[in-house]
Design a protein around this ligand. Structure first.
Ligand code: GTP
Ligand code: MG
Ligand code: ZN
Length: 302
């Protein structure tokens, strides 16, 4: 008999699959593996079909088409390995602290581009507002709400925005990304204390260059839905974005592009008649966002 389920955990060749009724440990059908040496055949988040064996374990027979996926390319000796960190996300929480650590907005801009490219709705979470006060927090993050992104201000220490966040996660598959120490695990624990994730721990899985012994996991929430902590995402490269494509991933830039004098305008400060650069000079586009755009477009490191 074939059953359907969702992969919620992977470790050392074993997949934990959740169906409506139970949790089953599965392996992949051997013959499926042959064609997939350069990528993860099955990823956390995948909806799959499996057959159940006498001993209660299962064998994954096929993977249903993915709605989206977060990919990391890992360079090997002979070729590149395409690691699928997670699939079928409904949204991504981009978590930053207002302070401690100081927000790395250039990283946030890169994450936003990845979300736009993958078509996964982002929700920006500005955490630790207890440390800065709401006014200071808004002065930093309002440039994002101004261009149409959702920004939620939270504090796990003084219980600000937690109820809102809980509502946003309910019934959805959510990935959390953001630098170390910003409070991702603390937020998840506030949403569902049963999960009891370790706080203040330097996460050491997903280290750059490793893809053999990783544990990847998403947690079912008490109120429905799943959350996945994705700490390795800071190394996620913008590996497959063409320069011209980038315009479309900056919502404040894309409407101006048709007003540039030349059709092949790169919007760099040296271009003549560039509507984007003009808007920056007039203060209509944030200078920081424009800098992020140029860095990504011209391939400079963050
Ligand atoms: N003042 C304050 N401290 C917080 C808040 N949220 C988390 N912290 C503290 O920030 C530190 C880091 O929190 P974590 O939840 O471990 O951060 P993380 O994002 O999961 O970090 P990594 O797992 O390393 O990626 C801990 O000491 C938390 O107690 C907050 O809202 N306000
Ligand atoms: Mg953590
Ligand atoms: Zn231009």
């Amino acid at each position: 008999m074939t059953l359907q389920g969702r992969v919620i955990r992977y470790q050392s060749g074993f997949y934990t699959v959740m169906t409506d009724e139970r949790i089953v440990t599965c392996k992949i059908r051997g013959k499926l593996k042959e064609n997939f040496r350069q990528t993860d055949l099955v990823a956390v988040g995948d909806l799959i079909e499996f057959t159940q064996l006498q001993d209660g374990t299962g064998v994954i027979e096929c993977i249903l088409p993915r709605k989206n996926e977060l990919i990391r390319m890992i360079s090997g000796i002979k070729s590149e390995y395409r690691q699928v960190l997670i699939s079928n996300l409904d949204q991504i929480l981009l978590v930053f602290a207002v302070t401690q650590p100081e927000p790395r907005l250039r990283m946030l801009d890169r994450f936003l581009v990845i979300c736009e490219k993958q078509g996964i709705p982002p929700l920006i979470v500005a955490n630790k507002v207890d440390l800065s006060g709401m006014d200071q927090a808004k002065s930093v993050f309002s440039i994002y709400s101004d261009i149409g992104y959702d920004v939620l201000y939270t504090s796990t220490a003084s219980d600000i925005g937690i109820a809102d966040l809980k509502e946003r996660l309910q019934g959805k598959v959510t990935g959390l990304v953001g630098p170390s120490g910003v409070g991702k695990s603390s937020l998840i624990n506030r949403i569902d204390p049963r999960l009891n994730l370790k706080v203040n721990e330097i996460s050491n899985y997903n280290r750059k260059g490793k893809h053999t012994t990783v544990v990847r996991e998403m947690f079912p929430l008490k109120e429905g839905g799943f959350v996945a902590d994705l700490p390795g995402l800071k190394t996620l490269a913008l590996w497959d974005i063409q320069p011209e494509e980038l315009d479309g991933y900056f919502p404040e830039i894309s409407p101006l592009v048709s007003k540039c004098l030349y059709g092949d305008c790169t919007h760099s400060p040296s271009e003549v008649g560039c509507a984007v650069h003009e808007a920056v000079k007039e203060g209509k586009i944030s200078r920081e966002r424009y800098e992020s755009y140029l860095r990504i477009r011209f391939g400079e490191p963050e």
